[in-house]
Design a protein around this ligand. Structure first.
Ligand code: TRP
Ligand code: ZN
Length: 874
């Protein structure tokens, strides 16, 4: 596949193209074996280009059938084709180029470009998939008005969709012919086409200016009863974006299509979002509360892209976080408004600390605005998405809600219809607020997680607290000697009564009263708090105000106090997690004991009905093994597993009565609904059940009974997981068998069944994973199934993945090599756990590295896999 070593592309080499494409008219003739694509491109020479400049188009896996320039068929010498390009000579200032290509969607297993999923056709063009459809200027700064004709067998394809408005639709001699026209200019990555025999669920939305929009969700016939929730979430998103950002929808129709084979979560194609079916379909019997919340967030995310991504798009792919970071920030605020804001913040901080900090500390570390890449698909990362969102969130904290809104208004107004850079976004924030964000911009340029060290001294005589904060940022590949970043430290000083003390700090300019934020902008700074009449407890980085690591020794007593009394919910949780981490590390050294005062605090939390149950559930959840690993200097996964289990067992055993009482109290007879109050209660109820099962046989019996009587997937799945994790293998086997019997016809539920087993410490042994891979429910071509088995195994069943003889690593490496040919994007993503070899204890580290070297020796590596493996071995 690969002839030479793949080359890196650099941000610094960015240049505008020599031509623009004003208008793009596409005709698709869908035939059984292949599809014919005719593209008419109205090209206009860039003012900056030389007259006579050649037109250089990208193309991949295309059969070129004909080329016509301004009505004249082109002959050899007037054009050249390369491995992945087409060069055309002889264009005028304005020329029309017509290109006919043949493509083979049924053979397209990479799921980029036009492909078949089950009986339907669909597309995925971001980032560089359009070039698998036709030769094109496949780059986001080339924006064009698209008209799309689709011709297909009428019986097989009653539904034919593309972007924009339907302008023609007829059946002629057994052929279904439609034309769609999208009046908004867009880059090719937002193009979409869908063909199939689909059912539709319809609704309407009236925009803030009274415009009527048709909303349609298209699904395969068996899924029509799983569309209500997404439709509802869509309407809530549309209203929220009007109210929060003043953004109105801009077409008369908005469509969502669910497809089973999809590399990612969903795609924001203009007016025609395409979703992984797992991120849109739900009903109470088949979807858990967690799935409902994911659906709400992703529907919102894709909808919000209509402004942050589509109306204002990216100049080049180095600016990816311009749309993704901002849009994740927008969907996070939406989810926070719809549900518990604190719980959402905790979930996001958890992802940052486990996944993003790990990426920052590994071989693929890159800035939010990367300066180079080999394969752009590898840069759809937690750094671009989640850290990008955190950076936008810091701007929100620094500028305040109103200042941020002024900035976003200016950004949308100034750049509507343009392809811009991350700095255009920051510039709008600066201009609207008359602030200088030069220092802040370092967040976009520097990779790595800053570490903030805290020192505080209380002077009772002077009634002063001196707080010294210093920051450093570790080296990352290609970057050393980093500069200080602008770190917003939201904080409180807590008195003995649990109340926040009034803040009077010097220098006063470093404090923003409205957001309670202290601005750390230098490598080291000392702040003096005056009028402090008692030694306060410090609550720092409230609400996870910056994506940093904090080095700060606080006593167990202080942490227990914060866990109970901090007015900031996030820091209550954080104090609890820090305590639990200390117990786990004590357990690793064989000296852990659950103190009676801790037990009592937990008992009180469980009984406190004034608290949000979902919050209590977070407070009592142990950090995951991956989270613990991130807080360890050298990672010994088996020791972490054993220590965590010991702490979990101790909590379960000493609070059996409290967990069972909490469980009983939260039992409900109300009909299931995916609404926040119910979801919150279920999350604590099922956490209590999980502990109760570990603590006593009664708990196990109750879990089996809940499994049998559940009328919704949340309770059924929670009971199943509790039984599987209890180690009661006979009951587990029985329930898993029943579950498969009940749900074998529902692919999304079967995927959950695969993942519960593959990710379980009790079951997920290497030999068992091999059995799952051979199970009729498994399919190598379907990314959701690959993630359900191999993703769950390598990211969750850590005690088996890190088996002493390296068999877990070998299994994953074999899977990567197998997927390398058929689906490189998925192959490269699966590799992530193998990139962490440097952090492991020496024996495991060597075994893991050996598997990377084995992959590297393969002589036909895709760019995707090559980039990750080669960077991991440097
Ligand atoms: N833009 C999409 C989103 O975040 C991401 C995406 C969907 C994607 N499918 C993809 C990225 C395939 C790369 C390849 O909403
Ligand atoms: Zn996105």
């Amino acid at each position: 596949m690969r002839d030479a070593q793949p080359k890196a592309i650099y941000l610094k080499d960015y240049q505008q193209p020599d031509y623009w494409i004003e208008r793009t008219e596409l005709t698709f003739e869908l035939q059984d074996e292949y599809t014919l694509v005719t593209a008419q491109l109205d090209c206009v020479r860039n003012e900056q280009a030389q007259p006579g400049a050649a037109l250089l188009l990208a193309g991949q896996d295309l059969e070129l059938l004909s080329l016509v320039l301004d009505g004249q068929p082109l002959t050899a010498g007037q054009y050249e084709t390369g491995e992945e390009s087409l060069t055309v000579h002889g264009l005028q200032e304005r020329s029309q180029l017509e290109i006919q290509t043949r493509i083979y969607p049924a053979k397209n297993t990479a799921l980029e470009g036009l492909y078949r999923s089950g009986g339907m056709y669909c597309t995925q063009c971001e980032a560089e998939g359009f070039r698998r459809i036709t030769y094109y200027l496949d780059r986001p700064d080339v924006m064009s008005v698209f008209t799309t004709h689709i011709i297909a067998d009428a019986a097989q394809f009653p539904v034919l969709l593309s972007n924009g408005n339907l302008v023609a639709d007829c059946v002629d001699d057994g052929l279904h012919k439609v034309t769609w026209h999208d009046p908004h200019k867009k880059p090719a990555y937002l193009f979409a086409l869908v063909a199939g025999d689909l059912r539709v669920k319809e609704d309407r939305f009236t925009t803030m200016n009274g415009r009527d929009v048709a909303l349609k969700i298209f699904v395969e016939p068996q899924n029509i009863d799983k569309t209500d929730y997404a439709l509802d979430a869509l309407k809530r998103s549309m209203r929220w974006d009007e109210e929060t950002y003043g953004r109105e929808y801009d077409l008369d129709i908005f469509m969502i299509v669910a497809v089973d084979d999809f590399n990612m979560g969903a795609m924001e194609n203009k007016g025609l979002n395409i979703f992984n079916s797992s991120c849109v379909l739900a009903n109470p019997a088949t979807a858990t509360d967690a799935a409902y919340q994911r659906i709400e967030a992703i529907v919102a995310h894709e909808y919000f892209h209509n402004w942050s991504g589509n109306r204002v798009t990216c100049r080049d792919w180095f600016q990816l976080s311009l749309k993704e970071g901002f849009t994740v920030f927008r969907d996070a605020c939406f989810s926070a408004d719809m549900n518990s804001a604190t719980v959402k913040r905790i979930e996001d901080a958890n992802i940052m600390r486990t996944v993003q900090f790990a990426e920052d500390g590994g071989p693929m570390a890159h800035p939010v605005q990367p300066d180079s890449f080999i394969e752009i698909s590898n840069f759809y990362t937690v750094t671009i998405y989640e850290k990008g969102s955190e950076v936008v969130g810091m701007l929100h904290k620094i500028l305040g809600k109103d200042g941020f809104r002024k900035g976003s208004d200016l950004y949308f107004e100034r750049h509507d219809g343009q392809a811009v850079t991350i700095y255009d976004f920051v510039q709008a924030m600066e201009d609207a607020n008359h602030v200088d964000l030069t220092l802040f911009k370092r967040w976009y340029k520097q990779a790595g997680t800053p570490v903030v060290t805290v020192n505080s001294e209380y002077d009772a005589d002077a009634q002063q607290l001196r707080l010294t904060l210093s920051q450093r940022c570790p080296d990352t590949p290609g970057q050393s000697n980093k500069l200080a970043q602008w770190i917003p430290v939201q904080l409180g000083l807590i008195g003995a009564d649990g109340q926040d003390l009034a803040i009077d700090v010097e220098p006063a300019a470093a404090w923003t009263e409205s957001s309670q934020v202290l601005h750390l902008t230098e490598a080291e700074q000392t702040f003096v708090f005056n009028g402090i009449s008692e030694q306060p407890r410090l609550s720092l980085f409230r609400d996870f105000s910056a994506p940093v690591k904090v080095e700060f020794e606080q006593s167990a007593d202080d942490l227990l106090f914060l866990l109970q009394h901090d007015s900031d919910g996030f820091n209550r949780w954080d104090a609890g997690q820090r305590l639990m981490l200390s117990w786990i590390s004590a357990a690793q050294q064989g000296r852990f004991e659950l103190l009676p005062q801790v037990r009592d605090v937990f008992a009180r939390l469980l009984a406190d009905e004034s608290l949000d149950p979902a919050m209590v559930s977070c407070l009592l959840t142990l950090p995951s093994e991956a989270y613990i690993a991130e807080f360890s200097a050298q990672v010994d996964p088996l020791a972490i597993h054993a220590a965590r289990k010991q702490v979990q067992q101790a909590i379960a055993a000493s609070l059996v009565k409290e967990f069972s009482a909490c469980y009983q109290r939260l039992q409900s007879t109300a009909a299931y609904a995916p609404v926040p109050a119910q979801m919150s209660a279920r999350s604590l109820k099922n956490l209590a059940l999980a502990y109760w099962v570990k603590g006593s046989a009664d708990g196990l019996a109750q879990a089996v009974s809940q499994y049998r009587s559940a009328d919704n997937m949340t309770d059924q799945m929670a009971a199943l997981v509790a039984v599987v994790n209890s180690g009661a293998s006979a009951q587990a086997e029985q329930l898993l068998g029943d579950f498969y019997q009940q749900w074998s016809q529902d692919a999304l539920v079967v995927n959950q069944w695969l993942s519960v087993q593959a990710g379980s410490a009790e079951l997920g042994r290497v030999e068992f994973i091999q059995q799952l891979l051979a199970h009729p429910a498994f399919d190598w071509r379907n990314p959701n199934k690959v993630r359900s088995v191999l993703g769950a195994f390598a990211n969750q069943a850590l005690c088996h993945f890190h088996r002493e003889d390296g068999a877990g690593y070998r299994l994953l490496a074999d899977a990567v090599l197998r997927l390398n040919d058929s689906n490189p994007q998925i192959a490269a993503r699966l590799l992530t756990p193998l990139t962490k070899w440097r952090r492991l204890v020496p024996e495991l580290s060597e075994l893991m590295k050996a598997e990377l070297q084995r992959i590297m020796q393969h002589d036909a590596l895709s760019k995707d896999v090559y980039e990750v493996v080669s960077k991991s071995l440097i």
